[in-house]
Design a protein around this ligand. Structure first.
Ligand code: GAR
Length: 210
């Protein structure tokens, strides 16, 4: 099983979904570490209570991004991590760190990329009046919120939605597609062709749109 680290900064509900999925004996990844840049992240306490190895590397005590990332890298190597899932990890990485994990790092983003990169995606979707919104799991590349898309789920935008109600509808789908995407990637059932993630011969990625 692929030794996977989940990197979080906050509450960790996607982390919970990944931990739950990885408890299945046939799941191709094991969550060997939950790592946060915030020692007080609520998700870290939850993971610890669940018996998962946890670590914190507080970005505030480092002089710069490189020093912070070197420390992260050391922790990841100590735990012999092969794969990373970013799950609400709110720090941007340098090209150096991303290069270390090229093809081995997924992120979940609360919008249908390439629409609404960055923050406040639900507010912006409502302000634009779009009727469909959603979430995306993608491989991480140096450009923020870009990279080959593994899975997406779409949800309707309703007339009486607020950012919170829309965000909750999206989040429920995040919890579905992140485990699906990790299962596909960790089992080697997809290949990356340019910017596209395709099913391995005999496999299909079609079913991933919820
Ligand atoms: C999720 O909605 C995730 O998509 C988003 O942060 C939330 C984390 O929630 N990620 C980003 O915005 C990344 N730029 P969680 O801690 O409950 O999983």
């Amino acid at each position: 099983r692929l030794r996977t680290a989940i990197l979080i900064s906050g509450r960790g509900s996607n982390m919970d979904a990944l931990l739950a999925a990885a408890r299945a004996p046939d799941f191709p990844a094991e969550i060997a570490l939950v790592l946060s840049n915030r020692p007080d992240a609520p998700g870290l306490a939850k993971a610890k209570a669940a018996g998962v190895a946890v670590a914190a590397v507080d970005h505030k005590i480092y002089a710069g991004r490189e020093e912070f990332e070197r420390s992260l890298q050391l922790v990841l190597e100590t735990y012999r991590i092969d794969f990373i899932c970013l799950a609400g990890f709110m720090r941007l990485f340098t090209p150096w760190f991303i290069g270390q994990w090229s093809g081995r790092m997924l992120n979940i983003h609360p919008a249908l990329l390439p629409s609404y990169r960055g923050l406040h995606t639900h507010e912006r979707a409502l302000a634009d009046g779009v009727k469909i919104h959603g979430c995306t799991v993608h491989f991480v590349v140096p450009e923020m919120d870009e990279g080959p898309i593994v899975a997406q789920a779409a949800v309707p935008v309703l007339d009486d939605d607020t950012p919170d109600t829309l965000g909750a509808r999206v989040l429920a789908q995040e919890h579905v597609i992140y485990p699906l995407a990790l299962r596909l990637v960790a089992s080697g059932k997809v290949r990356v062709a340019g910017n596209r993630v395709l099913g391995a011969p005999g496999e299909s990625t079609d079913a991933l749109v919820a």
